[in-house]
Design a protein around this ligand. Structure first.
Ligand code: GAP
Length: 468
């Protein structure tokens, strides 16, 4: 029988999540020994396992389970013209405003949001300045609290690099770190078409790093300067774009529900102000500790991207339908989600505190496929070589099938708490009965369940199929 009861205050706050992530090795501040580096974070030993599992689950859903989606891993640094064609050199910017008192630069749209006004990247600079001027008397600098700002200007988010450029003045002729992974997909659309047997509608999926010179990285790993995206671009016949868009919108919402997210923590948000080429754009928003915010974007992008690359590269991007011989530039339905945001959503969603056996504990109730460690193996006592040897044997058996951890540190209760905090679904303890003290229990172990604290006896020979 389970003896867990809920606590009154099990809500995941940012303070609790960031402290747990640091304490247990999920996320570390970037360059910490040098005092940190704004907008930069590193995944620690359990963080990298969780991040890899998130990517694996996404890849399974988007590539493995789909008949007409293939994968790609394209370069981070591309020909600079790519970013002119995509519109990023000219238009990929955020509205920046500088405090005249302390010179702190902030995003004008974020400051406006805080006073209940609205501006976004699709508005012209004049329009944003007008809204800002209308609200000036209400807006305070987040650093010094003064209300003395300059004019709003546009700040380009592309990160320049001098890779392969040996001139001293490389700033005048830069390359860029990619601002979104999907551009690599458009560049390879023809290669994939010509080298595999895909037919429209087909998709290309990719996971990889993207870089943006965010003016104000904030909310922990929610908005970083270096982050990872998981993007899928589906190339479709123009007349099917909105129908397939709707299919993917629903599929992507269902994906989170299937992963174990509570429906009430997710919602769709329709973009009020579409970019000129888009037919439709919805965000899936998640209820982060700081409120509902964008987790994933689903966009009907028309033929804008391929047409732009066709124009700038002078390579024909048309597709010829093998049945009708009709030629057209495919339209694109995109799903785009950040790994780091998914990580934060997963930490928030599965964070819990309860009372177990009269003690309050913190527990991450990760689904099995996301858990960094699937099973922990304990010898009951670390100073009994026969127990340790048997536990090592069980660990060797399990670790060939699952990410497992061997732990002989402290009493078993403490080891359970540690594993609860990192979300390990099962703990296996090797005790004297395993060694045959009770002959009926020879070669059996105790399995303890994370969520309920319940324990049961299972034969070592059945452990792998039990855990699978
Ligand atoms: N290709 C479309 C695209 O990049 P986006 O809305 O700019 O669209 C897609 O980004 C997703 O990438 C977002 O929903 C978010 O999950 C993630 N993302 C964007 N900027 C980010 C940042 N600075 N830090 C972390 N994740 C970010």
């Amino acid at each position: 029988m389970s003896d867990t009861t809920p606590t009154a205050n099990a809500v995941a706050t940012m303070d609790k999540i960031t402290a747990l992530c640091k304490r247990r090795g999920f996320v570390f501040p970037g360059s910490e020994i040098y005092g940190g580096f704004v907008g930069s974070f590193d995944f620690g030993p359990y963080g990298v396992e969780l991040a890899n599992n998130i990517k694996k689950v996404w890849w399974e859903a988007m590539v493995q389970h789909e008949r007409n989606i293939v994968g790609l891993d394209s370069a981070i640094v591309t020909h600079p013209r790519v970013w002119e064609a995509s519109g990023h050199v000219g238009g990929f910017s955020d509205p920046l405003v500088e405090c005249r008192e302390c010179n702190t630069r902030s995003r004008a749209d974020h400051l406006l949001e805080e006073v209940g006004a609205f501006a976004d990247e699709k508005m012209s600079l004049e329009e944003i300045n007008k809204v800002f001027d209308d609200n000036r008397d209400k807006i305070s600098c987040p650093k010094c609290g003064q209300k003395n700002f300059g004019k709003v200007s546009q700040f380009n988010l592309l990160v320049k690099t001098n890779l392969g450029n040996f001139k001293d003045d490389w700033g005048t002729d830069p390359a860029y770190l990619r601002g979104e992974t999907c551009q690599g997909i458009y560049l390879n659309y023809k290669n994939v078409l010509d080298s595999s047997r895909v037919k429209v509608p087909f998709g290309i999926a990719q996971i990889g790093k993207a870089f943006r010179n965010e003016i104000a990285p904030r909310q922990y790993i929610f908005r970083k300067r270096e982050f990872e995206q998981m993007e899928m671009q589906m190339f479709v016949a123009p007349e099917t774009e909105l129908e397939l868009y709707d299919v993917w919108k629903q599929k992507r919402m269902q994906y989170y529900i299937d992963l174990g997210f509570k429906p009430e923590n997710l919602r769709f948000h329709e973009h009020e102000n579409l970019v000129f080429y888009a037919k439709a754009a919805f965000d899936i928003e998640y209820k982060f500790p700081f409120g509902f915010k964008e987790l994933e974007g689903i966009h009907a992008r028309g033929d804008y991207d391929l047409t732009q690359h066709q124009k700038f590269s002078e390579v024909n991007m048309e597709y010829q339908d093998p049945y009708t011989n009709e030629k057209y530039v495919p339209h694109v339905v995109e799903t785009s989600v950040g790994l780091d945001r998914t990580f934060l959503a997963v930490m928030t969603e599965f964070y819990d505190e309860d009372n177990l056996g009269g003690e309050t504990r913190t527990v991450l109730r990760f689904p099995f496929k996301l858990a960094p460690i699937k099973v922990a193996v304990f010898p009951l006592l670390r100073n009994r070589p026969e127990l340790v040897a048997k536990a090592e044997e069980v660990f060797d058996l399990l670790s060939k099938n699952f990410r497992a951890e061997f732990d002989d540190n402290g009493n078993v209760g403490k080891r359970y708490r540690r594993q609860d905090e990192i979300g390990t679904p099962y703990c296996v303890t090797i005790d004297f009965d395993t060694l045959g003290e009770n002959p009926d229990l020879l070669d059996t172990v105790t399995i303890r369940h994370r969520d309920t604290g319940e324990q049961e006896r299972v034969a070592i020979a059945e452990l792998i199929s039990y855990l699978k």
